[in-house]
Design a protein around this ligand. Structure first.
Ligand SMILES: [Zn+2]
Length: 311
């Protein structure tokens, strides 16, 4: 029996690679709009159905991926922040990409009172994933001041570009919060504003209802939980997608549909990943310093610091 799945892309720099992936997917699956997965009865038919999605609205969607999707008539969903599109600002993780690891670890250790000996082997990015957005922005400001680093040019699509691709009828636009926080790290008010604000703003810009949402970073329990799911329900979101690498089963909650991420590799590798599905993540997590282990470690260290400060 063929499997059903949603694929997740972020940045697509290589047009040749991307077109090969699209052709591979076209050969293996029926490529459908995301609305197809609204009704579980649709995918009990035993065929393999696949939907393609893109998070963040990176420029390369417009310049590289979109022309290829159009050429092969492949529908896709693009999850964006209305704030980034209007204000032309990068998300924090785009801003810190390429930052010097040692310098970042020094700042994080100093600002969060974390012992440098314990954190120096952890990638700074994994530590940032444990912080609320306000702390993340402070750390970025420190780095920029102390290293004379200027903010980068915005690497996300403009509103005009988003409206243009949506007009094609091939691309559906979904919400992805305003500032791409790790929702689990935020208080109730910020979580609500990030989710509801992004949906309402996007609806205004697009001129119609927004029915789909992608959780930032997207790992269930680590990045979002019941609170976020309830908030999406209150906003009448029909489908929300995570980054849990699994095939779709008819029993899945529509507000936590899994997705398999693709970003690189030969077509043999991509094909293997498509076959392995959930098992791929299991193989990856055998590596001792995986992101989730690092985050657990940092979260418990931060908790200790907080308790000491309260004494
Ligand atoms: Zn994202």
């Amino acid at each position: 029996m063929k499997r059903n799945l949603i694929i997740n892309f972020h940045v697509v720099n290589d047009a040749v690679w991307f077109e090969s992936v699209i052709l591979l997917l076209k050969a293996k699956y029926t490529l459908v709009h995301l609305s197809f997965f609204e009704n579980s009865n649709n995918y009990e038919k035993g065929k393999g159905f696949c939907h393609i999605s893109f998070d963040d609205g990176d420029q390369t969607f417009y310049t590289v991926a979109y022309p290829i999707l159009k050429k092969h008539d492949v529908p896709a969903t693009l999850f964006v922040s209305p704030k980034s599109a209007i204000r032309r600002e990068n998300f924090w993780f785009q801003e810190v990409t390429g930052y010097d690891n040692n310098k970042m670890i020094t700042i994080l250790s100093r600002e969060l009172s974390l012992p440098i000996k314990t954190i120096h082997e952890i990638p700074f990015f994994d530590i940032m994933l444990c912080l609320p957005l306000i702390r993340i922005q402070e750390i970025i400001t420190f780095y920029q001041k102390e290293t004379d680093t200027l903010p980068k040019h915005c690497q996300n699509m403009s509103l005009d570009e988003i409206l243009e691709v949506e007009k094609s009828g091939l691309i559906t636009v979904g919400a992805h919060t305003l500032n791409h926080p790790i929702l689990k790290n935020e208080n109730d008010e910020i979580c609500h504003n990030e989710i509801t604000g992004s949906i309402i703003e996007l609806q205004k810009l697009l001129g119609h209802k927004v029915s789909y949402f992608a959780y930032p970073n997207g790992m269930p329990y680590l990045d979002f939980g019941e609170r976020e799911i309830n908030c999406l329900m209150n906003n009448n979101i029909i489908i929300a997608v995570s980054t849990e690498a699994k095939f779709i089963s008819k029993h899945d909650n529509k507000l936590t549909l899994p997705r398999l991420g693709l970003s690189y590799g030969s077509m043999r590798f991509v094909e293997l990943k498509l076959i392995l599905g959930a098992n791929w993540e299991k193989i990856k997590s055998l590596k001792s310093h995986s992101e989730s282990k690092n985050r657990q470690k940092i979260t418990s260290l931060l908790e200790k610091v907080r308790k000491n400060e309260m004494k």
